[in-house]
Design a binder for this molecule. Structure first.
Ligand SMILES: [Cu+2]
Length: 135
């Protein structure tokens, strides 16, 4: 009697292990296909003193993802610009502009997109992000 009891218990836990592995596989597939909110600069956010070239080189962004710019709206803003205006740090002709302090920016076209801070001096000091967005 005692032996039969253990045997049943053993086969029961083997079934739930397989079930667990199946659930984990489904979760991994779902996660890789899902859209993500990606916080620019990670825990540092959008601010002075962060190297956004380094951050961008370590970050994969896809067209389904949303970039989140987190910053103090008293100190900074977010200006989407052309390539030329990016290299010149010219925020006068924005393609888009945000200033809430938590801005959600989605680039629906693949390619390199350019974002700078429009506060005078900040772009030249390094608050500029060129991000390659993949399809
Ligand atoms: Cu700024």
């Amino acid at each position: 009697m005692a032996f039969v009891g253990r045997s049943n218990q053993g086969s029961g836990s083997a079934v739930s292990s397989k079930g667990l592995i199946l659930v984990l596989c489904v979760l991994l597939v779902a996660q890789s296909a899902a859209a993500s909110n990606i916080v620019v600069g990670g825990s540092r956010g959008w601010t002075l003193g962060v190297n956004y070239n380094t951050w961008a080189s370590k970050t994969t962004v896809r067209t389904r993802d949303t970039l989140v710019f987190k910053y103090s709206k008293l100190l900074h803003d977010v200006v989407v610009v052309t390539k030329t205006n990016f290299y010149n740090c010219n925020a006068n002709r924005p393609l888009a502009k945000f200033k809430t302090g938590t801005d959600f920016v989605k680039f629906s076209k693949p390619g390199t997109h350019y974002v700078i801070c429009g506060v005078p001096g900040h772009c030249k000091a390094g608050m500029k992000l060129a991000i390659n967005v993949r399809a």
